[in-house]
Design a protein around this ligand. Structure first.
Ligand SMILES: [Zn+2]
Length: 159
């Protein structure tokens, strides 16, 4: 079994690390934030009972390991609040729905709509963020994903 959900951000191979092991492996600035205490632009982010590791050296904006999320605050600083929250919710989607990127995208936009932090304008910011021309991340690029997210956002039934 692979330690990560997406091949684009494999850093530690099997066995799957605990959050503490991950922090110890990364060292330096990595920090473990307990469930319910992680904030983005002052807004509390929740993903069930999953803790968040803040890792300034992660090679992507965010990543999901089984049982915890990893966020790169340095990269997240470059994007708007709804995009930040979408990234967190996307990684949370991997926690609950598995490795498929489109499924995680759909989870994120529907959660954002339900919780009120993702407006149609915010969704366009997300689309702009993942457009191939602007994307500097393997994990978060692709215009076809945007089409699917728009459909999910408009779909009243939660996937
Ligand atoms: Zn993903």
């Amino acid at each position: 079994m692979s330690a990560t959900f997406g091949s684009a951000h494999a850093q530690i191979t099997t066995p799957t690390p605990t959050p503490d092991e991950y922090v110890a492996h990364v060292g330096g600035e990595a920090e473990l934030v307990p469930p319910g205490q992680f904030k983005l632009d002052g807004r509390r982010q929740l993903c069930g009972q999953r803790p968040t590791v803040m890792d300034h050296k992660l090679d992507d904006y965010g990543a999901a390991y089984p049982g915890f999320l990893i966020m790169n605050p340095k990269l997240l600083d470059r994007v708007s609040t709804p995009v930040k929250q979408w990234i967190y919710a996307h990684e949370c989607g991997h926690q609950f729905r598995g490795p498929d990127e489109e499924t995680a995208d759909c989870f994120a936009v529907q959660r954002g709509r339900r919780q009120g932090w993702l407006t149609p304008e915010g969704l366009e910011e997300v689309c702009n963020f993942i457009s191939p021309a602007k994307g500097d991340s393997m994990h978060f690029s692709g215009s076809h994903r945007c089409e699917y997210m728009r459909k999910c956002y408009a779909d009243p039934t939660v996937k």
